[in-house]
Ligand binder design. Structure first.
Ligand SMILES: Cc1ncc(COP(=O)(O)O)c(C=O)c1O
Length: 497
């Protein structure tokens, strides 16, 4: 099938034949049991695997699929594996993954209504559902994004425009505000907050990092103190960002008290609930997000803990008109007054992005098939497994739990070799012991990753390296957790640690 005619799959019969091959190969990969979480291939091996010149001629698509299986499938991190306790990469719901197929074939771009009419209205409805769950009123709106980082950037642009007036859109920051605007977030906030300030021309130093307490929550007394201090110094506070579900430990800042501080100082209040926003769907823990409705904007990423394939982030705002004032632009090729209906909504008026995929369809499929309650049950099931993990870690003296309470599906802990178990807790934080213990965690994690039995990341909290387990696979069971804890202990022994 060298001619482009065959390879283009323009006939329904050929497309269907090839489509079945792709489907079978993919499902075989995803549903196969007893496989490794990762092949263990090194960077050099992967470089060699893909090292070839740009193909001048074409090949039969079935051969390319075969090569894809051997090279890509085989060396992927298997996110649907029950022993992946990874970053925020969920096991995607099959129903959501299947929805990606029509998304690609229909190729609607949800920037302009005319490029995706039904897609626009479906996403508008999803945004309404999300705003209702948050507790925002009728003026609320939002936009789906490639992820939480972009959603946070849009939120902070909104905050900047509130502080400077939309004049800054045309002429940049007024001279009297250059170097003076300030945004407050906890020291555990995601790096995208600082990056957004860089992008907005405010500079990363505009971010004031507020200390957290022992539960890894923002200290609201410090927040209020920092704002007052900055005002006295002639600086201009612009926004407060709370994190609902921190990247490291999954803790939630006290939303209601932070909202009160933001209100007193008339600051934009953004909540980065990229991770913890999933609790809105929970049948048991939704009240952990009380206060979210007091914010001006909220980031929630269904591609984290709501089991959607990448990418699906979202920004939801209390007042959609402000979002439009911050982003509306109308180039000649998209002029609204050339169109039949004036009320057609164009999402590029509300976002950083122009052309983009129809992200909402997979989430719509998920919600229509599972319902809010069903999706919430999956969130709650991962919480149950997280609690089990916490109990098991606390029960075994070879592990030391991190002290923050479990509030989302994350739990951090470290392995204690025999010598460290004999030390009092204070002794373990001496410089020498800490260096040695940090090295132990890194060696164990790397060996577990190499063997492919399980996967979880190591993270640094303060100066201490921990394993960070996140339960983002709704089929992970308590037995999987038990098996990994045993595997960690055995790995440590086999490494002589
Ligand atoms: C709290 C929080 N906010 C934002 C982000 C950024 O999300 P994304 O990687 O989808 O841009 C993350 C990512 O881990 C996060 O944990």
């Amino acid at each position: 099938m060298r001619t482009s005619k065959g390879s283009l799959l323009t006939s329904r019969v050929r497309a269907s034949r090839f489509g079945r091959l792709v489907l079978d190969a993919t499902l075989e990969q995803i549903y196969r049991k007893a496989r490794k979480t990762y092949s263990g291939a090194t960077t050099a091996e992967l470089d060699r695997l893909f090292d070839e010149p740009l193909p001048e001629g074409g090949r039969d698509p079935a051969l390319v699929l075969d090569e894809c299986r051997r090279k890509v499938f085989r060396h992927s991190m298997h996110m649907s594996h029950p022993r992946i306790f990874g970053l925020f990469n969920p096991a995607p719901l099959p129903i959501a993954a299947f929805a990606e197929l029509p998304v690609a074939f229909l190729n609607q771009s949800v920037d302009a209504w005319k490029a995706g009419p039904a897609a626009t209205h479906l996403e508008m409805r999803l945004i309404r559902w999300m705003n209702d769950l948050i507790g925002f009123g009728p003026e609320a709106f939002g936009v789906f994004t490639s992820g939480g980082g972009v959603a946070n950037a849009i939120a902070l642009k909104l905050a900047r425009d509130r502080a400077t007036g939309t004049r800054a859109r045309r002429s940049g920051l007024p001279g009297n505000l250059v170097g003076r605007l300030r945004v407050y977030a906890s020291e555990q906030s995601h790096f995208s907050i600082a990056r957004s300030l860089d992008l907005l021309g405010l500079g990363e130093e505009a971010l004031v990092r507020i200390e957290v307490d022992s539960r890894m929550k923002m200290r609201v007394d410090h927040l209020a103190g920092a704002i007052a201090r900055d005002r006295r110094r002639g600086l201009v506070p612009m926004a407060v960002v709370a994190t609902a579900g921190t990247t490291n430990t999954g803790n939630l800042d006290p939303l209601q008290s932070i909202a009160a501080v933001a209100r007193t100082h008339r600051l934009h209040f953004h909540v980065d609930a990229a991770y913890g926003g999933a609790l809105l769907f929970s049948n048991r823990y939704a009240s952990r997000l009380d206060g979210l409705e007091l914010s001006d904007s909220v980031t929630i990423d269904p591609h984290k803990w709501l089991f959607q394939p990448f990418s699906l982030g979202g920004l939801f705002v209390r007042d959609g008109r402000r979002l439009r004032r911050s982003f509306k632009i109308e180039p000649g090729y998209l002029k609204k007054d050339l169109e039949a209906q004036a009320d057609r909504l164009d999402f590029y008026h509300y976002s950083l992005e122009g052309s983009r995929e129809f992200r909402g369809l997979k989430f719509w499929f998920s919600l229509k098939t599972l319902g809010r309650r069903g999706l919430g049950r999956l969130v709650d099931a991962t919480m149950d497994v997280t609690r089990h993990l916490e109990d098991e870690v606390r029960r075994r003296d070879c592990f030391e739990p991190f002290h923050a309470p479990v509030e989302c599906a994350s739990f951090c802990f470290r392995y204690l070799p025999r010598w460290a178990r004999r030390l009092p807790a204070a002794g373990r934080s001496s410089r020498a012991a800490l260096t040695r213990l940090n090295r132990v965690q890194v060696r164990i994690q790397q060996e577990v990753e190499r063997r492919g039995f399980a996967w979880f990341p190591t993270i640094v909290i303060g100066r201490t390296v921990h394993f960070r387990f996140g339960i983002f696979n709704y089929v992970t069971r308590n037995e999987d957790v038990d098996a990994v804890l045993t595997h960690i202990r055995r790995t440590a022994s086999s490494l002589g640690l």
